[in-house]
Design a protein around this ligand. Structure first.
Ligand code: SAH
Length: 375
């Protein structure tokens, strides 16, 4: 059944017209859908009974079903969603500040990028997610955030997949997340992360939504980077840094440089100095992500997280060069929900709609969560 998550304001207005209903109800219907995180009560809206029936019978509110949630000791929650064509993972991270949470969203099932230290790419690319499937993750995350008394304040496209290779759906989902009648989230609260697909970065800069850009750099020289990120052979460091600078010029946004720190691979003092010189004159923040273990990499190498001393030395050098540097503390690594640990899941048997969901020892079967009051 088609879902409300698949609709934009325009397409829903059109559908209402086809049903001989006033298209002016579209914003109200979508607002109710988003404000209740996909669990609207149509009887609370001033709409006709016939429209209520149509909405109930002809449009589902969610294209996916929640299969399991895993919760880490630090409060990070990983959601496994079954949607048409496969399973998708999203991660909810309660913030350090009370009342808010961040959500990490997948843009593809699997990933074609082949980054050596990332689990998401191990089984290759499976499918692009539709805008509706991305919005569905957004609503699930909002729902779970609200269930723990928090508001989903930021969204990062840092789950599974390369967003720039599914850009039309990613941009459409951003349009819906930010639309005042839909997600109503500020564009500055959304980050799109990329390995550095240059035409994608330029297209995102031109799309009109001034979202934040994160560039997964991971090495300051092409030789090291090409070993870690195969896409570097197509778009080398000069090209991607130039694209990131163009992005900044066009949108006025700071760019985040993501740098997964791997022991004795990209964490030497020389790497730090070369990274600092790349940052010269560029208003960017560097986020250091200490490697989250995934076992042997595609190349057969088993990477290690750097020792605290090496991490400290690396960060200190960057700061000595006045590079704004943050260390991203691993979150949810006990439940394989940290950066780079999301991977495609295959379910042995998919329960049919209405049947109980699967569960595993350390996971919680999907349970209806008490819906908090509308905001
Ligand atoms: N394909 C996009 C979106 C994924 S974002 C991109 O690469 O930017 C996932 C982030 O986590 C990226 O910065 C990625 O490089 C990083 N990452 C991947 N594997 C990791 C690991 N094992 N430990 C720490 N960070 C990792």
């Amino acid at each position: 059944m088609p879902s409300l998550c698949d609709h934009s304001l325009e397409s829903l207005s059109l559908r209402l017209t086809q049903w001989n209903e006033p298209p002016s109800h579209a914003p109200r219907i979508l607002r109710a859908h988003y404000q209740t995180h996909g669990q609207p009560d149509w009887s609370a809206l001033p709409i006709s009974r016939s429209l209520m029936r149509r909405l109930n019978d002809e449009l589902s509110t969610r294209p996916s079903r929640l299969i399991t949630t895993h919760t880490s000791a630090d409060g990070t929650q990983k959601l496994l969603l079954a949607c048409e064509g496969g399973t998708v993972e999203s991660v909810l991270m309660p913030g350090h500040r009370p009342g808010v949470a961040a959500g990490c969203i997948s843009s593809q099932v699997g990933c074609a990028m082949g980054c050596d230290f990332c689990a998401s790419t191990r089984d290759g690319f499976v499918a692009n997610l539709s805008a509706g499937q991305i919005i569905d993750q957004f609503l699930h995350l909002r729902h779970y955030a609200a269930a723990i008394g928090r508001r989903l304040q930021t969204v990062v496209f840092m789950g599974m997949g390369e967003p720039m290779l599914n850009l039309p759906a990613v941009i459409e989902s951003i349009a819906r997340m930010t639309h005042p009648s839909m997600g109503n989230l500020g564009a500055g609260r959304i980050t799109v992360s990329t390995v550095g697909i240059v035409p994608g970065i330029d297209a995102l800069a031109d799309c009109g939504h001034k979202v934040q850009l994160a560039l997964s750099l991971h090495a300051p020289d092409d030789e090291t980077r090409a070993r870690l990120v195969p896409m570097n052979r197509r778009y080398g460091i000069d090209l991607i840094m130039a694209a990131a600078k163009r992005y900044q010029l066009r949108t006025g946004r700071f760019v985040n440089i993501e740098y997964c720190l791997l022991n004795e691979v990209n964490d030497s003092a020389d790497h730090a100095r070369r990274l600092a010189s790349l940052m010269e004159g560029f208003r960017a923040h560097v986020n250091i992500i200490p490697y989250n273990p995934i076992g042997p990499a595609l190349s057969g190498i088993t990477y290690q997280r750097p020792t605290p001393r090496r991490l400290e030395q690396f960060v200190q050098i960057l700061r000595d060069y006045s590079v704004v540097t943050h260390i991203r503390q691993p979150r949810g690594d006990q439940i394989n929900a940290a950066c780079g640990q999301l991977r495609r899941q295959t379910l042995p048997t998919m329960p049919a709609a209405g049947e109980p969901a699967a569960s595993t020892a350390q996971s919680h079967p999907a349970e209806p969560v008490q819906e908090p009051a509308q905001r």
